[in-house]
Write a protein that binds this ligand. Structure first.
Ligand code: HEM
Ligand code: HEM
Length: 199
């Protein structure tokens, strides 16, 4: 594994475990598609419509949403199986020192290096995972209550759709911040793209 002290920027593709790279590919592509396609899709409550762009996008939203939910489930199984990863994403019981060190570095105008390590970025990634898990869980539930064959949406959908939409703003804020930080690292010439190398 490459050396990465958190501030020198020495981090290579192989620093990320292969599982992290595949999980990121599935989740980043899936969630990015979901939020952008949601801008143009037209939900169909009474029957599936494949004859318009909005209709096609909604059907894709449902299917790609379910596939992304599987990647997110896989991410949670990985987190559950590895205490080190768990504490990286969710340091509720510590260690808080790496998070504080990153905040101090930022206050001095120094951008901490990326890579798989505890710290502020990992904590924000954990919060982002919680937000997309909410979207995936409520979206998957919506799928099973979509009316078939001309029926009108029932009370379950009337509850689930607003719950699903509740996560919209948080996921957009996460996405914009995450992409902006990636670009900032790239501008500083940090080796940030390793997470996209699948092999
Ligand atoms: C909403 C969609 C996305 C989610 C939920 C997401 C989530 C994550 C998570 C959880 C990590 C940490 C991986 C780990 O510790 O195992 C990560 C890292 C990373 N993501 Fe994303 N990601 C998303 C979209 C993107 C996009 C569109 C880009 C491209 C600009 C991107 C670029 C990166 C980079 C460069 C890293 C490595 C950061 C570092 O070295 O510290 N992500 N992402
Ligand atoms: C990771 C999975 C998913 C993500 C990230 C996601 C994301 C989103 C976003 C960002 C919106 C727009 C919310 C708004 O405009 O306030 C939305 C709307 C919606 N999504 Fe999902 N979604 C996912 C899975 C699903 C699944 C599996 C279904 C099942 C059919 C679904 C059904 C819907 C519906 C019905 C709407 C409301 C559209 C409307 O009323 O305009 N989503 N989703």
């Amino acid at each position: 594994m490459a050396e990465n002290d958190g501030h020198s920027g020495v981090v290579t593709a192989s620093s990320w475990p292969q599982e992290a790279r595949w999980l990121h590919a599935g989740i980043a592509v899936g969630v990015t598609w979901q939020i952008w396609s949601s801008l143009w899709m037209t939900p169909q409550w009474e029957r599936a419509d494949y004859g318009s762009l909005g209709g096609l996008l909604f059907n894709a939203h449902a299917w790609i949403g379910l596939m992304t939910a599987l990647f997110i489930l896989w991410q949670w199984l990985w987190i559950a199986s590895d205490r080190r990863i768990r504490r990286q994403f969710f340091p509720w019981r510590g260690p808080w020192r790496p998070v504080l060190a990153d905040l101090q570095a930022l206050a001095r105008g120094c951008l901490p290096a990326g890579g798989p390590r505890p710290g502020l970025a990992a904590l924000v990634h954990g919060l982002g995972l919680l937000a997309i898990t909410w979207m995936a869980a409520t979206g998957s539930a919506i799928y099973f209550f979509l009316p078939q064959g001309g029926a009108l949406p029932g009370p379950a959908l009337d509850t689930l759709v607003p719950l699903h939409k509740l996560g919209n703003l948080v996921v957009w804020i996460y996405w914009c911040g995450h992409v902006a930080m990636t670009l900032l690292h790239a501008l500083r010439r940090h080796a940030i793209w390793g997470i996209f190398r699948l092999w």
